[in-house]
Design a protein around this ligand. Structure first.
Ligand code: SF4
Length: 483
């Protein structure tokens, strides 16, 4: 999971990109970067850490131009240092900058081809560099020395032909315009916005709509995946279908990744989480469960927990207080860091827990380490019984599309019954959302979205090209990274 934004046509593109990155800091806290183009040259600033720590007034003022890209990184392939921060550039043809959100499943194969057949050397272990080089090579071959939309379309077509996995991409061709596309499965979100002002019309592309509202852009209706967008420096907009869509947006974006004030595929994330809570309440009631108080595990479970409490007629209390200056545990790169940060991050209010049957609500149960520590926190605070509800079904399969969830053997729900999961995390019972209810809650009232990516729950990878060897390789990479 990463976040990006691209802006073209704004007088001060870098300030909009900076504000946009702050709005999607939740999508990656590992590194960030901004690149601009002023008509003559690129200006770039990248670094490790949070946006506010990397960019100073002085280095933002240096990033001149009316086209800019920004990125916040959550590491997938190549969780390296500053050299792996996006965006990336190539100087041929024309000068291209690019950033992405996603994961290239055949990264090693493509890297080998680029190095041996195309005699290109990659600077980093970041998979967007592979997409960028495939794109640049195809653009050079199709351009014949002059940039054209047809050549751009051919470059996107070549990316679709060769790059496996899931990716949303934003970039610009120096002196020509801003582009964006995502693979035909549309697993990764993308949002397009426009602002009409006295100085003209500017456009922005981002990985979450909240960015567009943060910088005051009008959100445009989402297009199907498989389309390639190009906004020329003269303000002309071209949207061309390159591949037939087979849309499967990531259901976990609705559960956890996206901010509740975002719209994904035109659907309010907040409304989807309310429906998840209502459906989970029905399930809890049907199982004969009862509790004295519903307590959310902040932040992403709040909306669903409140809806669940209202549907059950049980008091809702914020019994766990979060220290907001500690990063999200799920997107911390190593398990050791995750474990340390849970206790720093959460503290229990004893009055909420003492002598009560407590229903904790979380977005998911991944490895179980965090859940176990939170259950322990609730018991230490005096809870009589601790029930644990998960907004999503058991996670049992790895994500190959850019989410560093786990290797198969790390999932606490793998080869365990619900009762065994409850024992593993120290709870009296766990209540899982069913997959049908999760998907139904996410897309209710949106018939055009009949299918979603649910691979981490179902094992069914929508791109159809994920082989057991790829799964094994990804597992080895994750294990090596965790060491
Ligand atoms: S496998 Fe899970 S986390 Fe990954 S894209 Fe699919 S639904 Fe999202």
């Amino acid at each position: 999971m990463c976040g990006f934004i691209g802006v073209i046509g704004a007088d001060d593109a870098v300030r909009e990109v900076y504000d946009g990155l702050v709005a999607i800091q939740h999508r990656g806290q590992d590194a960030a970067g901004i690149i601009t183009y002023d008509g003559g040259r690129f200006h770039v600033k990248k670094g490790e850490g949070l946006v506010r720590d990397i960019f100073t007034t002085a280095n933002v003022e240096r990033l001149k131009g009316s086209v800019a890209l920004g990125h916040v990184r959550y590491p997938t392939v190549g969780s390296g240092g500053g050299e792996d921060a996006q965006p990336f550039t190539v100087n041929f043809p024309f000068g291209i900058a690019m950033a992405h959100n996603g994961n290239v499943a055949n990264y090693d194969e493509l890297k080998g081809e680029l190095e041996h057949a195309s005699l290109r050397i990659l600077y980093s272990g970041c998979d967007v560099e592979v997409i960028l080089n495939v794109f640049a090579g195809a653009l050079a071959r199709a351009s014949n020395g002059t940039f054209s939309l047809a050549a751009y379309h051919e470059a996107v077509r070549e990316v679709y032909r060769t790059v496996r996995g899931a990716y949303s991409v934003v970039g610009f061709v120096a002196g020509h315009g801003l582009f964006a596309f995502r693979d035909r499965f549309g697993i990764k979100p993308i949002a397009l916005g426009r602002r009409v002002g006295p100085g003209g019309t500017s456009y922005a592309v981002a990985s979450e709509s909240v960015v567009l509202s943060a910088i005051d852009y009008e959100l445009l209706p989402p297009g199907p995946p498989g389309e390639a967008l190009f906004v020329g420096v003269d303000g002309t907009v071209d949207v061309t279908t390159i591949a037939e869509a087979d849309h499967h947006p990531c259901v976990f974006e609705f559960v956890y990744f996206a901010r509740p004030d975002s719209y994904l595929e035109g659907i309010s994330v907040d409304a989807a989480r309310v429906r998840m809570g209502e459906r989970l309440a029905r399930r809890f009631r049907a199982s004969g469960g009862s509790a004295d108080v519903v307590v959310p595990i902040p932040d992403s479970a709040r909306t669903a927990a409140l809806a669940m409490a209202q549907a059950l007629g049980i008091p809702y209390r914020e019994g766990l207080v979060k220290n907001r200056y500690v990063g999200r545990t799920f997107i911390m790169p190593s398990d050791g860091e995750r474990k340390r940060s849970v206790r720093q991050k959460l503290n229990a209010i004893e009055e909420v827990f003492r002598g009560k049957d407590v229903l904790l609500v979380d977005d998911s149960i991944v490895r179980g380490n965090t859940s176990r520590q939170i259950v322990h926190l609730a018991r230490t605070a005096g809870a009589r019984r601790v029930l644990f509800a998960s907004m999503s079904p058991p996670l049992v399969h790895p994500c190959v599309y850019g989410i560093d969830m786990s290797t198969r053997r790390e999932f606490v729900a793998r080869d365990r019954t619900h009762e065994e999961v409850a024992r593993a995390i120290g709870a009296d019972a766990v209540i899982y959302q069913t997959l049908d209810d999760l998907v139904g809650a996410a897309i209710e009232g949106t018939p055009r979205l009949a299918r979603m990516c649910t691979a981490c729950f179902s094992g069914s990878y929508p791109t159809g090209d994920i082989t057991p060897e790829m799964l094994l390789q990804i597992e080895h990479e994750r294990i090596a990274q965790a060491r």
